[in-house]
Design a protein around this ligand. Structure first.
Ligand code: FES
Length: 147
């Protein structure tokens, strides 16, 4: 009886995985299973926190060394697609200078994923916007202080 239940659960999980892979593509699916760069960074040099129109919030943390991103991470309370997009936003940010970070937009994230279903595209834009917010905070900190 318990084996039947185990088999049923396993079949169901396999079915859900296959449907998710088919809808989101291999790149997004693999990252959804293993959302790299998830977490916080203490005392970040750049921090962004944006709540999207869907009501979900993304946070991105950046640590710089010699004006390049040395560490990057994200957190989100949003959907699976937002975790995938935040993860790629952090990954793409690594090693980049501020000028290069400007290029990491929602479109750039969608390109890496080979697109997302229309209803999930905003999750990529939320990640891109949050990264730009973190960059913005870093840039403000770089300004010479008024005397
Ligand atoms: Fe809100 Fe994906 S649905 S971030």
């Amino acid at each position: 009886m318990s084996n039947d239940l185990d088999d049923f659960v396993q079949d169901l999980q396999g079915q859900i995985y296959e449907e998710t892979r088919a809808a989101y593509g291999d790149v997004a699916f693999e990252r959804w299973l293993n959302p790299l760069y998830m977490g916080t960074i203490d005392n970040p040099d750049g921090y962004g926190c944006v709540t999207g129109s869907c009501g979900d919030t993304m946070q991105i943390f950046l640590k710089f060394e010699n004006d390049k991103v040395q560490e990057a991470s994200f957190l989100t309370d949003g959907c699976g697609a937002s975790a995938v997009c935040g993860s790629f936003a952090a990954e793409l940010a690594l090693g980049k200078s501020p000028d290069e970070l400007v290029e990491i937009t929602g479109d750039a994230i969608l390109k890496i994923l080979g697109g997302l279903p229309k209803e999930d595209e905003h999750c990529a834009f939320l990640a891109g916007e949050t990264l730009q917010e973190a960059l913005n905070e870093y840039m403000i900190k770089q300004r010479p202080k008024d005397r």
